[in-house]
Design a protein around this ligand. Structure first.
Ligand code: SF4
Length: 389
């Protein structure tokens, strides 16, 4: 089947937040007044533009993800208008997954019933921690009680599918802090949970403090003990690890994120959003592009040109193979050796001779045609991934 007749995923970026967290390197902005009406119009116009392109025209959508920033700063009316526009241009699959990211301080019961009513069927909530001292360190503006209240509202609004985000390995965090976070998170029976280790990304205030020696990351052994505690605790609650940082019960794995990791096509709209398409059946190396990051410039470009592309890249086989590996190996099921060979004309271990060393060293294994990281390999995944970029 040609890629351009298959269902695809839609990412919608809402770039506004009520405050900027010091570890955040996402395209998020704090403004005195969020220009919700104009930004919503721009998103709808951008969808119209893509619908006129032969490659996307009339194709079916399998997942939509409102990410940010903080999409829960937008009213259900705006979210509804965007979804209606999307559905009028790209038919929805019957079981489409529609996720909206929310932050606890922005959860209000009327809005969440409104999101549910207009078709959103999954919420991803940024709890991060239930310990006041860790929320303070992370610069989060919500309290643990606001998170508890948000989780109650999400349930009451009828969301059976929701995900809770935690951050671990913050300086000053102890194993008992983490234990308490996991225990409280699990008391809400989340069908999906993401646990991200804190990283110090270039350009953030945390990075500058780290470089100046004002913040010291946790020692590696402590971080590893935390990662082990997370996996053991969540496995005991039937939350299976299916990606480096993601755990789900049964069928609640994030379909939208699986599409990214499996190299599926996606259209990204909004300020700074990234898109990916396979060009055609003779060129399977992929084509990526991204939008203007500044929300004001994004809206202006959309108004005048209907789109806001600010950079693009056609991958060569080296880059495309690297992406295939580091995205696919994030999943615990790993990559299909046959799929790699079909696409790149050779086996992964011929393309990357280091693979045999990783297998011998117990970091990777091949089983039933899948090449994957072992539990030990998942612990040092980043040091393996650098070989693919
Ligand atoms: S709420 Fe999320 S997107 Fe906004 S600044 Fe904090 S980490 Fe970044």
């Amino acid at each position: 089947m040609l890629a351009d007749s298959e269902p695809f995923s839609l990412y919608i970026h809402i770039p506004y937040c009520i405050s900027k967290c010091p570890y955040c390197d996402f395209n998020s902005h704090v403004v005195p007044v969020i220009p919700e009406t104009n930004y919503t119009e721009a998103l709808k116009n951008e969808l119209d533009t893509y619908a006129t392109k032969e490659y996307w025209n009339g194709r079916t959508l399998k997942s939509i993800f409102f990410g940010g920033g903080t999409p829960s700063t937008f009213n259900p009316k705006s979210i509804s208008e965007i979804l209606q526009k999307a559905e009028s241009l790209f038919p929805f699959e019957r079981d489409i997954e529609i996720t909206l990211e929310a932050n606890p301080g922005t959860v209000d019961s009327k809005n969440f019933s409104g999101y549910r009513a207009c078709g959103v069927n999954r919420i991803s909530i940024g709890a991060q921690s239930f310990q006041p001292h860790l929320l303070k360190f992370l610069g989060r503006v919500h309290s643990p009680e606001e998170t508890r209240q948000a989780l109650r509202i999400i349930r009451q609004a009828g969301f059976e599918n929701f995900s809770l985000d935690l951050i671990y390995a913050s300086p000053g965090q102890s194993l008992s802090d983490l234990k308490a976070d996991l225990s409280e998170a699990l008391s809400f029976h989340p069908p999906h949970l993401s646990a991200y280790n804190l990283t110090f990304e270039e350009g953030t205030p945390f990075y500058r403090k780290y470089r100046a020696g004002k913040i010291r990351p946790l020692p590696e052994e402590e971080e590893i003990s935390m990662a082990e505690m997370i996996e053991e605790t969540l496995a005991g609650e039937c939350l299976e690890r299916y990606e480096i940082s993601n755990y789900a019960r049964g069928e609640f794995q994030s379909r939208h994120n699986l599409n990214y990791w499996q190299g599926g096509e996606y259209l990204g709209i909004g300020a700074g959003a990234h898109s990916y398409k396979q060009i055609g059946d003779n060129d399977l190396l992929g084509h990526r592009w991204h939008n203007e990051e500044n929300p004001g410039c994004y809206m202006e470009k959309i108004e005048h040109e209907g789109q806001a592309v600010n950079g693009e890249e056609k991958a060569d086989s080296q880059k495309a193979a690297g992406e295939f590996m580091f995205l696919g190996l994030r999943m615990t099921r790993g990559i299909s050796v046959a799929a790699f060979s079909r696409r790149f004309g050779t086996n992964p271990d011929e393309f990357y001779p280091q693979i045999s060393d990783w297998v011998k060293g117990g970091l990777m294994e091949e089983k039933d045609g899948q090449l994957k990281l072992t539990p030990r390999g998942l612990m040092v995944a980043n040091s393996i991934f650098v070989n693919f970029v």
